[in-house]
Design a protein around this ligand. Structure first.
Ligand code: GLU
Length: 305
């Protein structure tokens, strides 16, 4: 940890003051109320050593990062059958694109673009009695953290402006790949996106993807080794919208970003690291977050490649 700590500090101060060419997401009005000066980093190793700097303890809207936990829960329920509903290929298109759904007959390319996550939410609705509460409880178990919660204001703000997601959900339903009521699926989707965490919490909750021996505090194994391998593989190839290749090229770790400006990256058998800086590049990924992680894996020689 000492080695990581010094490197994280150096890069943090190096990047903190650079000119950030990104822009804060404002298509969900409530997200635009966050100060763009926030910048935090937190690393947690599989030995449970940890270190954070900057705004690492402030909660933010994790948005699409929650798609990782939704996929994990749906995968536990459905195992390989899940891939009949959603694919595992990068889309090469923006996160909210409708384009490929028509030629793919309503089967989203992967679980990390909006269409894919909406189908995952539909799968979860078919399994969970109280979907919002049960999903939140699953995240609490994953992280051993009872303070996790949705941000109702963010969920409602996205609901009011969620024309794109509404179009995606209705379009997929027309192909028969949404089984539940469209409004219920969307309400659940907007809530899971509104989940809030700090970098510290995000790096901790993701440990089940880095540590083969991970069991929750309730003694439950979350994913089998093979399932964790597959989730990490999809994170590497699809975790950053149509910039997934760029992230693998520059950072070299499986990971997931969200339009709240958070990124979590996983080094299997070593650590999880979360970065938050709200200004996004043109592809919707945190500008400073990507730069930080690129420098970090380069200086620590700790990409998976
Ligand atoms: N709730 C956001 C949306 O559906 C999530 C997008 C993201 O973080 O990539 O647009």
């Amino acid at each position: 940890m000492e080695n990581y700590k010094k490197i994280i500090e150096d890069i943090y101060f190096e990047i903190k003051t650079i000119d950030d060419t990104g822009e804060i997401a404002n298509y969900i009005p409530e997200l635009a109320n966050v100060s763009d000066h926030n910048f935090g980093i937190h690393i947690t190793t599989i030995d449970n050593e940890s270190f954070g700097i900057g705004d690492f303890d402030k909660k933010f809207s994790i948005q699409s990062v929650s798609k990782v936990f939704a996929l994990t829960l749906a995968y536990k329920f459905e195992d390989a059958k899940l891939w009949e509903r959603v694919g595992i290929e990068p889309s090469g298109n923006p996160f909210n694109s409708l384009l490929q759904l028509e030629t793919d007959y309503g089967k989203p390319r992967n679980p990390f673009i909006n269409s894919g996550a909406i189908v995952i939410c539909d799968v979860l609705l078919s399994h969970l009695k109280n979907p919002k509460e049960d999903f939140l409880n699953f995240c609490k178990e994953l992280s051993n953290n009872s303070s996790l919660n949705y941000n109702e204001k963010v969920a409602q703000s996205e609901k009011k402006s969620g024309y794109r997601n509404s179009a995606l959900c209705n379009f997929i339903k027309s192909f028969g790949n949404i089984k539940n009521d469209v409004d219920e699926v969307l309400d659940f989707y907007f809530h899971i996106c509104s989940l809030e965490m700090s970098c510290k919490e995000l790096s901790k909750i993701s440990l089940f993807l880095a540590d083969d021996n991970f069991t929750s505090h309730k003694g439950n194994k979350i994913l089998t080794m093979s399932q964790a391998k597959r989730v990490n593989a999809i994170l590497l190839t699809c975790g950053f919208y149509d910039e997934s290749g760029e992230f693998a090229f520059r950072v070299g770790l499986p990971g997931k970003s969200g339009v709240g400006g958070g990124i979590v990256a996983v080094h299997p058998d070593k650590y999880c690291i979360a970065v938050w800086s709200p200004k996004l590049n043109k592809k919707g990924n945190s500008y400073k977050g990507m730069l930080f992680l690129e420098t970090f894996t380069t200086k620590t020689a700790s990409s998976i490649f």
